[in-house]
Design a protein around this ligand. Structure first.
Ligand SMILES: O=C(O)c1cc(C(=O)O)c2c(n1)C(=O)C(=O)c1cc(C(=O)O)[nH]c1-2
Ligand SMILES: [Ca+2]
Length: 685
């Protein structure tokens, strides 16, 4: 795509063009399209080309790939759809049916996308199985297991291809799982290498300099106590020139550092970007954004490779906005920090010391002196919703959240907060702007925002930047928006009828530019309850893939409006035993990532059970717990005893009555929380 007034730097190799072959567009993960067909001048005529209904889906986080006229994308359970990009007609669908093969590993999950290389599509199932598919037919070419048996990890992130190799990470750090990434030969599925992000036992580390160095930053016997963390569940960027892959390492687990590494230690390589040799998986450098992480702060948001001009010199850098609220520019060759600025409300640090690279921390942030409120909270200032970088505008477009979290060491369980291994973590909405999101256009050279757009909603979509001078972003209230890249002026929007969390992408067909986005509000919404509740009810709004072009005139069927009222149901004849209610409160943590903390769900990913006439019937309730609804993502809770089932039911009934005003909620810290790590079955957080 030529343009008379070209950019300061040539754009070859930056972003994507006709095809969009990687989750972030090009290998640079910039979420940038070089296409110039849609511009501020003609965007008024942008309309829906076609839409595809996805009735089997709930949470949609993936960004479609476009390869030679076909769109490929994953649903919530690693299914892959192949669709004619011109018409939206489905060509094939691959369903791995993980729930049949691994019922023990199956539960609600998210899936953040797929990878492509040389006629092969790669998708990763929840249990870590990677399937290589023939892009023409959807037939399985090979499968391999990326997660060994006997560990708690599960996979949600998109794999990436690296010049003949495919790499995948996994999640589970919130319950202490030990993170790692695995590389396979993309043609054959042969295992090539694995890199662990936290050290193992002294015997395991011996002779491995990266693990021996990391072990010196830990205390105690973490490898025996179920402590670790550092899962690589989202951002990974392959640098073909240096033949390196930069991995974004997740938070430490348990969050409470005294439980994990008593008495101190930075706990490498948690909350770090680590550069690895792509051929061998050997450590090259690391930069730790949060030494001794204690807040679920993760370096997992997407890592963008760019060349920017600093002091008159082009510098090869990495751009990163992790969840801790800072925006980092790192030297790509060495991992040294060049600059760090604040993109949102931050209370845990005053800044980053550029000499040492370490944060200048505020006092008592590790809740040493009792319950402590920290900004950003656990979902972060920026999470997995991809930021985009436009080399033309010189700006990075970051989906920002503003919210705090309260950390409290206690065994107690609450109706409104997770107690995760002895730490109660509660969202805090207190400061001006809390509970809301923004799109921030960050200037990485000047280290300040050029503009920002304020949303009423907190949990919005990823971003796409285009050479046509536009930025696209969906929001939680269901608008798909386009902004002028340099000014932030909103030029266009489309009512998608349901919140958007995924990032859009762009491609061209016969010289014409298209933009596509998946519509499927969800993700970690249930864990945050009210602050992410927009009123989208489970099953009420259709999940969809939308594709736009100039002159597109397709329409969506009538939209079902959001409804924030909880239509609770109750049977006054049921007598509640208070001991059962209290025990059920503790157990309900096992249900919370789908049905919400305290059974208060924002309708996604699982239904709000307080509204369910089905769950009001005890026989039906216990039957579903026992059998699950595996095809719909509801696992079997067959490990619950009959007593525990009754306790969960009692707690649910109590919560319904509270909505109806027939009962007072419990004291903030009532009862005792069970140890999530010791719970059987597929408990997630
Ligand atoms: O520590 C982990 O291993 C881990 C995994 C995941 C995941 O796999 O989706 C998330 C998180 N942490 C997390 O902290 C987080 O905020 C989060 C949001 C989402 C989502 O899909 O909306 N996943 C995850
Ligand atoms: Ca986490």
């Amino acid at each position: 795509a030529g343009c008379a007034k070209g950019p300061a730097q040539p754009e070859a190799g930056i972003g994507a063009d006709t095809n969009w072959e990687a989750p972030g567009g090009g290998a640079d993960e910039a979420g940038y399209s070089r296409l110039t067909g849609i511009t501020p001048d003609n965007i008024g005529k942008l309309g829906l080309a076609w839409s595809m209904d996805l009735p089997d889906e709930v949470t949609l986080e993936s960004t479609p790939l476009a390869v030679n006229g076909i769109l490929y994308f994953s649903g919530g359970y690693a299914e892959v759809y192949a669709v004619d990009a011109a018409t939206g007609r489905q060509l094939w669908k691959f369903d791995p049916r993980t729930w049949e093969r691994r019922p023990d590993k199956f539960h609600f999950g998210a899936n953040r996308g797929i990878a492509y290389e040389k006629g092969r599509i790669f998708t990763v199932e929840m249990d870590g199985r990677i399937d290589a598919l023939d892009a023409r037919t959807g037939k399985v070419l090979w499968t391999a297991d990326s997660i060994p048996d006997g560990v708690r990890n599960n996979s949600t992130g998109a794999p990436r291809t690296m010049n003949g190799k495919v790499i995948i990470g996994n999640g589970g750090a919130d319950l202490g799982a030990r993170g790692f990434v695995t590389a396979f030969d993309s043609a054959t599925g042969k295992f090539l290498w694995r890199f662990y992000t936290v050290p193992g036992s002294p015997e395991q580390n011996r002779g491995d300099p990266a693990m021996e160095a990391a072990a010196r930053t830990w205390r105690g016997e973490w490898w025996k106590t179920g402590a670790g963390g550092g899962t690589v569940w989202n951002g990974m960027t392959f640098d073909a020139e240096a033949n390196r892959v930069y991995i974004g390492v997740g938070n430490a687990g348990p969050y409470d550092p005294e439980k994990r590494s008593p008495g101190g230690g930075d706990n490498l390589y948690n909350s770090s970007i680590v550069a690895l040799d792509a051929d061998t998986g050997k450590y090259v450098w690391h930069y730790q954004e949060n030494p001794r992480d204690s807040w679920d702060y993760k370096a997992t948001p997407n890592i963008v490779m760019a060349t920017i001009t600093l002091d008159g010199q082009p510098r090869k850098v990495l751009l990163h906005a992790p969840t801790n609220g800072f925006f980092y520019v790192l030297d790509r060759a060495t991992g040294k920090v060049i600059s760090a600025g604040k993109t949102t409300e931050i209370s845990w640090a005053r800044g980053i010391d550029l000499k040492t690279g370490r944060p200048i921390e505020a006092p008592n942030i590790r809740y040493e002196k009792g319950p402590t409120e920290i900004w950003p909270g656990t979902i972060g200032g920026h999470n997995w919703q991809a930021m985009a970088y436009s080399p033309r505008a010189g700006l990075v477009y970051i989906p920002i959240q503003q919210i705090g979290a309260r950390f409290h060491r206690t065994k107690a369980q609450s109706d409104v907060a997770f107690n995760i291994m002895g730490l109660m973590v509660e969202p805090v909405v207190k400061r001006p702007g809390d509970g809301k999101g923004k799109l921030v256009a960050w200037d990485p050279v000047a280290q300040r925002p050029a503009w920002s757009v304020q949303y009423d909603t907190l949990w919005n979509g990823g971003a796409l930047a285009t050479a046509g001078g536009l930025v696209f972003q969906g929001d939680a209230s269901g608008w798909f928006n386009a902004y002028q890249a340099k000014t932030g002026e909103r030029l266009w929007r489309f009512n998608a009828g349901l919140g958007i969390i995924a990032a859009p992408m762009s491609f061209s067909l016969k010289g014409e530019q298209y933009v596509s986005v998946l519509v499927g509000y969800g993700g970690t919404t249930a864990a945050l309850g009210d602050v992410m509740n927009v009123g989208w009810k489970y099953g009420a709004q259709m999940r969809r893939l939308l594709t736009f072009r100039i002159g597109g005139a397709a329409r969506l069927p009538a939209l079902v409006p959001a409804d924030k009222v909880v239509h609770a149901v109750d049977d006054p004849a049921i007598v509640l035993n208070e001991a059962d209610v209290a025990a059920g409160r503790g157990l309900s943590i096992a249900c919370a990532s789908c049905h919400g903390v305290g059974f208060a769900s924002p309708g996604s990913p699982g239904p709000d059970l307080r509204e369910s006439a089905f769950a009001l019937d005890f026989a039906a309730f216990s039957h579903v717990l026992k059998e699950g609804r595996m095809e719909n993502g509801m696992p079997r809770f067959d490990w619950l005893s009959p007593d525990q089932t009754r306790q969960l039911y009692a707690y649910l009934r109590a919560r319904s009555r509270e909505v109806l005003g027939r009962r007072k909620p419990a004291a903030p810290a009532a009862g005792e929380a069970p140890d999530m790590q010791k719970m059987k079955g597929p408990v997630t957080y």
